[in-house]
Design a protein around this ligand. Sequence first.
Ligand code: SF4
Length: 465
Amino acid sequence: MTETDLKPRPTTIDAAPRIGMVSLGCPKALVDSERILTRLRADGYAMSPDYAGADVVLVNTCGFLDSAKEESLAAIGEAIAENGRVIVTGCLGEEADAIRAAHPAVLAVTGAHQYEQVVEQVHIHAPPSQGPFVDLIPQPSEHDIKLTPRHYSYLKISEGCNHSCAFCIIPDIRGKLASRRIDAVLREAEKLVAAGTQELLVISQDTSAYGVDTRHETRDWKGRQPRAHITDLARELGTLRTAGGVPPWVRLHYVYPYPHVDQVIPLMADGLLTPYLDIPFQHASPKILRSMRRPANEAKVLERLKGWREICPDIAIRSSFVVGFPGETEEDFRYLCDWLEEAQLDRVGAFRFEPVEGAAANALPNPVAEEVKEERFARIMDLTARISAEKLRAKVGRTLPVIIDEVGAPDEDGDIGATGRSQADAPEIDGAVYLRNVPAHLAAGAIVDVKVEDADEHDLFGVVA
Ligand code: SF4
């Protein structure tokens, strides 16, 4: 059960029906959950932090991999057992028959990104008791219900994807790229920052394609005319200021490796964007990239990485890779390992290839045996952990800005520890910075300079400078 950190408005506490929310899946699904809850709150609903107090429970599911489907079905089963009144939404909602076969008691099933249908089903199964709230506009505002901590927020700029990577069914589930208007995105970002957000995480299925579908239309924003384009968006986000008068950290996630990504690197060097790029390369072998239907110019990528580091030496590059894709030979895998040695990426996530129902890759010949996938997975994890450890060790002795996520209670000696992240660490997926002996007034969301004293494979350790 995911709890919200906002209390319902006093006028609705006693009378309002209460909604429970279980949010599974990726950060994009989390943003969907936030949107749904924001809309329901505008309709006069209150939120329940547990099953027992909920009039109805929403389960926002993930259906990307078969293992995620199983997790989603198990979560639906738990919600039915604990509460009994369950509405299912999210990616797995596209497979309503499978859900109903496993859990005939679900009240309703709606698909991904169908806010209106979810809200309608909630209205049917737990009618709102506060009429006037029904008319409130469900636009993001400083009263938004956020499932993420107040000091960082996801900013979704588009939905869907125009690519057709062979292992992925997201374009079938979410449809073609549909970008939000840039003024709407900037308004939401401005409100999030005004409400205390210190770090914006820009997400979409394909962040660097932002605005391609709208021909990069311009909108009026504070007397300027920014285009719906990642560089204009980055420039405008760089003009925002937190309550402390500094620009918020702005991270770009899920960036497809188009050539024009090169244009955002100088914005990082200028301090408009956090020097961090999450760019899933998926593989390096040209043969495997071609059969994945991904750009297959890995040698050029190495050159580009070099160029990016020349422009912005502190840039942290995160990527993810699939091992055991059909047809991947030992030679292809070694090619990937050699490429990784050269690329020296800061953060790497690896996945064993898993066939997803409906994905084109399932029909490819020469599937890789499970034990070979496991062995390659272990090797890539060892290799990337070693590279990460070396890169982190090089930071020992430096002073870095760190955003505080959590401050602990004093230990028996009165020392207080805290956990934070450097600019190279996105929340939930990267490493942490563990601080000792922090000042008692330090709070989550503060950005402090930290002297790095030690490092391991994934994390740093230090003290406030
Ligand atoms: S770019 Fe991403 S979302 Fe689009 S098809 Fe490829 S893996 Fe799927």
